[in-house]
Design a protein around this ligand. Structure first.
Ligand SMILES: Cc1ncc(COP(=O)(O)O)c(C=O)c1O
Ligand SMILES: N[C@@H](CCOP(=O)(O)O)C(=O)O
Length: 462
């Protein structure tokens, strides 16, 4: 199994190299040269298996011998043992034919734990073998950062630097990032929005001298291993709803396009997914692009679903690569146009995207109204991101096909919006009950690449 860059100019890599490398050296993102498929019998055989065993069967063909079977099974088992639900990703019925996939039972209460806990284990296993020391940098709108810190804190051979937009994450998210006392954890509050943070992370990868000096690695969904781990819950949920005999649709609250891209991969692997619905909040560039072909970021507007406050959506590049016939040169050209203000998806590629995805948008008022309505109808308290998915799913779904809406975070991460809508203030789990008493530690920093690199150089030296 080899991995190629979406811009076609970087060396082809193994799974291990792609995982430890993050962004390709031509600025692109790594994707498998080919997608392995499962036969109907292989999908049928997933019925009744544990989450861990399903995870092994789905991901193993992508690893190309990087780990032994025992090593990989050990990583999977340790990754999910701390989850607060035996099913790991339980499905609950919201209304006839409409299901909620609860992805918030991991240690930091967001879907990011599914991938981050696993790649924490995979990184440790790989680094123990090759004796390397790495510097992880990540950009976050709140959830990736806390999940990465939880997965990598306290490790000897890893420093973790997380860039988050100052004042634009929820208080729970911020405290999850700023209260761990481990000396290898560094939370940086950047003056800007998530797109600013992500741009600086990519700049660091494109500064080869810095990248090689500090041994840069990335844990955003630019890292293929992140996407791969998220493919698993599409299989577990679809199989429990009757796949491969029955088609299933999914609605995914979308920002950086990583989670819905994992669904797209599941479909390419043979899972019978009818419709993949991209659900956006008021930062609806993906919905507009899928409708019109125009991709022109016009600034992020802060919302009550802050983790989706994104306009430059990393993984869209991966799907464009497929839609453009895997032509790295064409992808590179669109990405150059994006730097200059935006691009128009060529007609044939737009048609391919529209065949693969549908999309919808949810306003702030609709998000609050959906939280209220679902609390009244079902008793389920939705986080604002999950509410975006549920609202769009209800509009778009075909009653003849089961629809799964992804619940990507626990409502207690966003208590203000949830309380405003439901008059219930969701509480944190017992193990996090002292989060508001813990001391915070973070560095406020300007949006200045040189200053950020200098800080990373200095901190990791200690
Ligand atoms: C709670 C939550 N929901 C949805 C999303 C959007 O997911 P993606 O960026 O993979 O599209 C994010 C952030 O990524 C998130 O943290
Ligand atoms: N919503 C994310 C943004 C980063 O996304 P990623 O999946 O690329 O890491 C967050 O919570 O940080």
């Amino acid at each position: 199994m080899i991995y190629v860059s979406t811009r076609g100019q970087a060396p082809e890599l193994s799974f291990e190299e792609a995982m430890l490398t993050g962004l390709a050296r031509d600025g692109g993102l790594y994707v498998p040269a080919e997608i392995p498929t499962l036969s109907e019998d292989e999908i049928r055989a997933l019925h009744g298996l544990s989450y861990e065993e399903t995870a092994f069967r789905i991901m193993w063909p992508f690893l190309g011998g990087t780990f032994t079977e025992d090593e990989f099974r050990g990583c999977i088992s340790r990754a999910y043992e701390g989850f607060g639900h035996a099913a790991r990703a339980p499905l609950v019925q919201l209304e006839p034919g409409h299901f909620l996939l609860e992805l918030f039972h991991g240690p930091t209460l967001a879907f990011k734990d599914f991938a981050m806990q696993l790649i924490g284990q995979l990184f440790q296993t790989a680094l123990a073998k090759n004796g390397r020391r790495i510097t992880i940098v990540g950009a976050t709108s709140g959830d990736t950062g806390s999940a990465a810190i939880e997965a990598f804190r306290g490790l000897d051979n890893v420093d973790v630097f997380i860039l988050y937009p100052h004042g634009r994450v929820s208080e729970v998210q911020r405290r999850q990032m700023t209260t761990p006392a481990d000396s290898n954890v560094h939370a940086l509050a950047v003056d800007g929005d998530f797109d600013t943070c992500q741009a600086r992370v990519k700049d660091m990868f494109n500064d080869f001298e810095f990248r090689d000096e500090v041994g840069l690695a990335g844990v955003n969904s630019i890292n293929w291993a992140r996407v791969l781990a998220q493919v698993v819950y599409y299989f577990t949920s679809a199989v429990s709803l009757g796949a491969p005999e029955r088609c299933v649709s999914f609605t995914v609250p979308t920002g950086n396009f990583g989670d819905i891209f994992a669904g797209y991969i599941a479909r390419k692997m043979g899972l019978p997914i009818d419709t993949l619905v991209v659900a956006t909040n008021q930062n609806d560039i993906l919905h507009r692009c899928l409708s019109t072909g125009e991709y022109k970021p016009d600034g992020v507007t802060p919302s009550i679903s802050p983790s989706m406050d994104i306009q430059v959506s990393s993984n869209f590049e991966r799907v464009l690569f497929d839609a453009l016939g895997r032509d790295g040169g064409a992808v590179g050209q669109l990405m150059d146009e994006l730097k200059a203000g935006g691009f128009t998806v060529p007609q044939g590629a737009l048609q391919a995207l529209q065949e693969a995805f549908t999309s919808g948008r949810c306003s702030e008022e609709e998000t609050l109204a959906t939280i209220t309505e679902m609390r009244d109808l079902t008793g389920e308290l939705l986080c604002p991101h999950s509410a975006v998915a549920v609202k769009v799913a209800r509009e778009m779904r075909d009653p003849a096909i089961p629809m799964v809406s992804l619940a990507t975070a626990h409502p207690a991460k966003f208590p203000d919006a949830v309380e405003q809508a439901s008059h219930i203030r969701p509480g944190l789990p017992e193990r996090m009950a002292d989060l508001f008493d813990r001391e915070e530690r973070f560095t406020r920093i300007a949006d200045d690449l040189g200053a950020i690199e200098a800080l990373i150089r200095e901190r990791r030296a200690h």
